[in-house]
Design a protein around this ligand. Structure first.
Ligand SMILES: Cc1cc2nc3c(=O)[nH]c(=O)nc-3n(C[C@H](O)[C@H](O)[C@H](O)COP(=O)(O)OP(=O)(O)OC[C@H]3O[C@@H](n4cnc5c(N)ncnc54)[C@H](O)[C@@H]3O)c2cc1C
Length: 390
């Protein structure tokens, strides 16, 4: 029979939110155990574009929003972690680009003016020209303006692998999760029949939070799912590009990130407006057609005749908001020993961990002593979409 376990904080869900929190708690001396029912990072995290936003994109409306303010400190915190001197030691995680670019293909003067009027971007954006342009835009036919944002782009698979390393022996592959009750009070979870007691239980299971809450007899906090239909292009003529291409509206027309495939070629991962409402309604063939037209119009000098194309449907899981608007911060709700939330962005994983740590601190929770963990079945790390699809 499986022996009962105990820990200080039991985390359910090994995406960026759970893994980052787990590493922070361990660094502070807490005993932790993280349960994952599929693969580490395999929900939204490894399918994300890996941009560590500093809020500039959200300032496109011209008006300063909550998001622009709350997120502004994230690039610094991630940069410090990547250099090994921050709240976590993420040295060794691959940085794909130390800047993300804002690219205005035409005469969008009005849009750009309001963008620069925003306090959130002032001092953090520089126009680039000539050889400073991203390699894919360095062409005599290129017209438009390009601005360098102080935002990073990370190789998420290497980030997940590093955080799994920092988790040490505290990872558990487990599928069936039930409440562990004592006199009607939640004191832990039963994972595949094994009782695990914990001082606190954190649900950071992305879209899986709703089902976990239901298993605990709860329906709050409510979650929303925002569907996306992303496009992937792989080919020998692609050069790295990390940019939001502006359209006329508040959202980027297309957001391009570039990811190294194991065979040495680059894969462009296309999001932004292309992947939202109309893109979600299209079938994969029509979505690829739309992406080909978009790239043909924006980057006509790039020969994509030998490129391979694929699409990926994925949903962003967030706390429910009115009108499916984007939440501005990481979100955390609490109920006795149970904490549940969504970082809402990969970039906001540190903010999610801050919120959990602040709740533990407020309650005066201290690391307790626990028997050492036995050897546990360990979840695998997710493969990137560009390796699965091509
Ligand atoms: C296409 C796309 C692009 C994005 N681009 C960016 C970007 O560039 N920058 C940015 O900041 N954000 C981006 N995001 C948002 C970002 O990816 C998410 O906000 C973030 O990854 C969410 O992390 P998470 O850990 O909460 O969830 P997830 O990564 O979804 O992880 C949840 C984990 O919980 C596990 N799980 C689920 N149910 C259970 C259960 N019952 N028991 C155990 N485990 C369970 C899942 O298997 C999964 O591993 C993007 C999102 C998408 C979809």
């Amino acid at each position: 029979m499986s022996q009962a376990l105990s820990t200080d904080v039991l985390i359910v869900g090994g995406g960026i939110a759970g893994l980052w929190l787990n590493a922070r708690l361990r660094r502070q001396g807490f005993a932790t155990l993280l349960v994952e029912n599929a693969t580490l990072g395999g929900g939204q995290s490894v399918r994300s574009q890996g941009i560590i936003h500093g809020g500039a994109k959200y300032a496109l409306h011209g008006a300063l929003s909550g998001a622009s303010e709350a997120i502004a400190d994230m690039p610094r915190r991630w940069r410090e972690a990547l250099s090994g001197s921050g709240e976590l030691d993420l040295s060794g995680v691959r940085l794909l680009s130390d800047a993300h670019y804002l690219w205005s293909p035409g005469s969008l003067a009005g849009n750009i003016t309001s963008f620069f009027a925003s306090k959130a971007v002032r001092g953090r954006v520089d126009q680039v020209k000539g050889e400073q342009l991203p390699p894919a835009l360095q062409h005599p036919k290129f017209k438009g303006k390009v601005y360098r944002l102080a935002e990073l782009v990370l190789d998420v698979p290497s980030l997940i692998a590093r955080l799994a390393e920092l988790a040490g022996d505290g990872l558990l592959a487990g599928e069936r999760i039930e409440p562990l009750l004592e006199q009607g009070e939640l004191v832990g979870l039963r994972v595949d029949g094994r009782a695990i007691r914990a001082q606190r239980i954190v649900l950071s299971a992305g879209r899986g939070n709703a089902e976990l809450l239901a298993a605990l007899g709860l329906d709050q906090p409510a979650q929303q799912l925002r569907p996306l239909h992303m496009v992937l292009v792989k080919g020998p003529t692609l050069k790295p590009l990390y940019a939001h291409c502006l359209g006329g509206g508040p959202k980027p027309r297309v957001t391009v990130t570039s990811h190294p495939a194991a065979d040495g070629q680059w894969v462009w991962y296309l999001g932004g407006d292309l992947a939202e409402a109309d893109g979600v309604a299209r079938d994969p063939a029509a979505q690829i057609d739309a992406a080909q037209k978009e790239l043909g119009a924006l980057l006509p000098w790039i020969d994509l005749s030998s490129a391979h194309w694929a699409t990926l449907r994925v949903e962003r899981a967030e706390p429910a908001q009115s009108g499916l608007v984007r939440p501005d911060n990481a979100f955390l709700a609490e109920r006795d020993r149970l904490l549940v939330g969504w970082p809402t962005k990969l970039a906001l994983a540190p903010d999610f961990a801050d919120r959990v740590l602040a709740a533990l601190d407020r309650d005066g929770l201290q690391p307790a002593s626990h028997a050492p963990l036995p050897e546990l079945p360990r979840p695998a790390i997710a493969r990137p979409a560009w390796e699965e699809l091509f």
